[in-house]
Design a protein around this ligand. Structure first.
Ligand code: ADP
Ligand code: MG
Length: 732
């Protein structure tokens, strides 16, 4: 039987739990309960977990930490910018080549990866290790995400799961997961209670207030600090340790000494210091003192080795971090004020996250709020995964509702809450309508009516915005609706917007009162789909601005309309059709705009089919090859242009079954065209460099295709190539 698990995909650590008769943590291959959420690359392979983390010492630039912070992010997001500047993260964060201007990539082993791809590597390990423990295939999972994750971040998480071959039963808010784990043992059916989840993890401090009743977990508000966690405690302790080193070994400036080491030794020392500091911190949660020993790396000015051996006491650590814990208490007060709650309305404070293990945390909270309110398990960093496992088990097909539900919460969590709102934008891009208010329980559907702005309007653009951070509108997604009927100006269209329990949304559009005609809109979410959508957006814009002839505009709108119909049948997973739309729509646009094509459709596709067969003849299926050759010879024999065009379209559809290959070949052709264009005159000075980059990319693409490299990798390089080509659009 196939299994479903609960996954806490954490910023610092990930945890897997499984429930059958009881909940248990599934240890990884290294026999650890926690798997470091760390990815690195060595000898052509990804490393994940402890082995990846240990590379920090040797190759910090290729050791990816905290990739969760980048999920669904845009390069201009403050969070991403902050990570770029933070020298705690030594790896390169950059714009994804060929992505939309905003997409983020991380460089690993000299190549770009999306945060989703790296998260997927973590999930792959979690899945494989769980399979080894269960001695069974794991197909499904409940994956937890922070309560404040936007739809885009959640979607990125889903994409990661998909890449890892996991079906997501539900994305569950971390605090809700913690509350489920807590509730199962501590709440009686029918009992209503209010819990404050205090999640002090590695990189973040997250607060949530949940009202729990009858298995429903309603979020009343979230707070905390995205930049406060165990990492900050480590930094403080590190400072303390270095001060001790300075005194003990009479070094006037330890930093300077470290900086004067060779690059290799410096990395080694900083890595060791980081490992040993965290070890000491964890040790100090149980013991009164900890030793930090780093042998054989640091050298004094004369090149003499300094073997470091210093002692830190719990008191010293506590004195250093007391203000940080005080700050967590202030953040609790802040949240209470924000949601107009009194502390007396909170029944329990549930401590979760690794940093809650620090005795001073419990001590200060107890002192402030009384021992009765403070709850935690022995291992608070496992609570979230346990909650995920409970829900995963509940959602599994094999689940049977227990007859006797007294004493436990049998029916867990069918309500959740979201913390942002969403709006549409209409065709004129001015009329915002709020469709969902903050904090409404899910699932929910709202209907809005928009009016068409011209007679026989064909295209409606739906932009979805969310209020993710403090009132700022963030574009979440873009979709288009094709009006198939001819409607008079001012006709009403209904937009049914559904936000599901796991905050995935769905948009259905239909002429008012004709629900039978409703169409689902595909909403792009940040990969090649987003690029395709922005290409469509631009073309629609240009079609209306640049056209003088009505026929031309109509032809173009009809063409764009046909692509929209196609898009609305697609999912958002990158596939060949998305690529074709992303890259071929502008070409076709120019063709129609030019009124006539000097090279007929038949000729064009005969040429492209020929290129395809000569370059990749061994990859093309024999049936397709024969079909292409046959159509091509019919084109040659055809006498009239319209017959040629028709056959040309047919040949095109045959070639387009191999869109990736065709697009690859186009890279080469377009590079030639760029090279042959006399002068530049288009404000681009590095033509030579671009052409040689394109040719290099072309060779690499061919190699990748032949080597059977993952389609994702090919996509990335293809995207990169077309973003170079895009600069030359006006001359091509
Ligand atoms: P996240 O949710 O951010 O992935 P966790 O909840 O696993 O992270 O917390 C990780 C943090 O907790 C790390 O900074 C780690 O050093 C710290 N931690 C784990 N165990 C202890 C402990 N016993 N005492 C103090 N800190 C701990
Ligand atoms: Mg966590």
């Amino acid at each position: 039987m196939k299994k479903a698990i609960g996954i806490d995909l954490g910023t610092t650590n990930s945890v897997v739990a499984f429930k059958d008769t009881s909940v248990r943590i599934l240890r990884n291959k290294e026999n650890e309960e926690l798997t470091r959420s760390c990815v690195s690359y060595k000898n052509g392979e990804f490393l994940v977990g402890r082995s990846a983390y240990q590379l920090l010492e040797r190759d910090p630039h290729n050791t990816i930490l905290s990739v969760k912070r980048l999920m669904g992010g845009a390069i201009k997001d403050p969070m991403v910018q902050k990570m770029k500047l933070d020298d705690y993260y030594k790896y390169t964060i950059t714009s994804l080549q060929g992505g939309t201007e905003n997409a983020v990539a991380v460089v690993l082993g000299g190549r770009q990866y999306t945060p989703e791809q790296l998260s997927a590597e973590i999930l792959k390990k979690l899945k494989a290790d769980a399979e080894a423990r269960l001695d069974d295939e794991v197909t499904h999972a409940v994956i937890t995400v922070p309560a404040y994750f936007t739809e885009k971040q959640k979607n990125a998480t889903k994409v990661a799961a998909q890449l890892a071959g996991l079906k997501v039963q539900k994305l569950l808010a971390e605090p809700t997961a913690a509350a489920i784990a807590y509730g199962v043992d501590n709440l009686k059916a029918g009992q209503a209670t209010t819990v404050l989840i205090y999640d002090f993890g590695g990189g973040t401090f997250d607060l949530s207030i949940l009202n729990i009743a009858d298995g429903n977990y309603l979020e009343a508000g979230t707070g905390g600090d995205r930049w406060l966690g165990g990492d900050d405690i480590d930094r403080k302790l590190q400072e303390l340790i270095l001060n001790k080193v300075a005194t003990q070994y009479r070094i006037s400036d330890v930093r300077k000494l470290i900086d004067s080491l060779t690059e290799k030794k410096k990395n080694q020392f900083e890595g060791q210091l980081r490992f040993k500091t965290e070890e000491a911190k964890i040790q100090l949660s149980g013991a009164r003192t900890a030793n930090i020993i780093i042998d054989n790396i640091l050298e004094d000015e004369e090149g003499e080795i300094i073997d470091i051996d210093v002692v830190v006491t719990r008191e010293e650590l506590e004195a250093a971090i007391r203000p940080m814990i005080q700050r967590t208490i202030e953040l609790i007060n802040e949240l209470l004020r924000e949601v107009s709650y009194e502390m007396s309305m909170i029944d329990s404070i549930l401590l979760v996250g690794g940093s809650s293990c620090i005795p001073l945390v419990k001590e200060m909270l107890t002192e402030k709020y009384g021992a009765a309110k403070i709850k935690m398990t022995e291992k608070p960093m496992l609570t979230v995964a346990e909650g995920a496992a409970i829900l995963s088990h509940r959602l599994d097909d094999s689940y049977e509702m227990p007859d006797d539900s007294t004493g436990t919460i049998a029916d867990v969590c069918y309500t959740s809450n979201h913390n942002y709102f969403i709006e549409f934008m209409d065709g004129d891009r001015v009329d915002y309508q709020r469709v969902i208010e903050k904090q409404m329980p899910l699932p929910m559907t709202s209907s809005s009516v928009f009016k068409t702005t011209t007679a026989n309007q064909k295209i409606v653009r739906a932009a979805i915005f969310a209020d993710a951070e403090r009132g700022e509108k963030v574009l979440e997604g873009l979709g288009f609706y094709l009006i198939e009927q001819d409607l008079p100006i001012g006709s009403e269209l209904t937009f049914d917007f559904t936000l599901d329990i796991d905050e995935t949304y769905k948009l259905q559009v239909y002429p008012k009162g004709k629900k039978a005609l409703a169409k689902n809109l595909t909403i792009a979410r940040g990969n090649v789909d987003e690029r395709a959508m922005s290409v469509m957006d631009e073309m629609i814009d240009r079609a209306t601005r640049e056209y003088s002839s009505v026929e031309g505009e109509q032809e173009l709108i009809a063409y764009i309309g046909s692509r929209i119909a196609e898009i609305n049948k697609l999912g958002t997973v990158p596939d060949e059709t998305w690529h074709e739309i992303a890259y071929n729509v502008p070409e076709k646009f120019e063709e129609i705009k030019a009124g006539e094509d000097s090279w007929g459709v038949g000729e064009r596709w005969t040429y492209r089919a020929g290129r395809l067969l000569s370059e990749f003849g061994d990859i093309v299926e024999p049936v397709d090859r024969n079909a292409m050759l046959e159509v091509a010879s019919r084109i040659k024999a055809a006498s009239d242009i319209s017959e040629q065009d028709e056959l040309g379209e047919h040949l095109k559809s045959l070639v387009k079954q191999y869109a990736i290959l065709d697009l690859t070949l186009q890279v080469r052709s377009l590079a030639d065209r760029i090279q042959n264009y006399p002068g530049t005159g288009i404000g681009i000075t590095n033509k030579g460099q671009d052409v040689s980059q394109l040719n290099q990319n072309f060779n690499q693409l061919c190699n990748m295709i032949r080597a059977g490299r993952p389609i994702e990798d090919v996509h990335t390089l293809l995207d990169a190539s077309y973003s170079i080509i895009d600069q030359y659009n006006s001359i091509l």
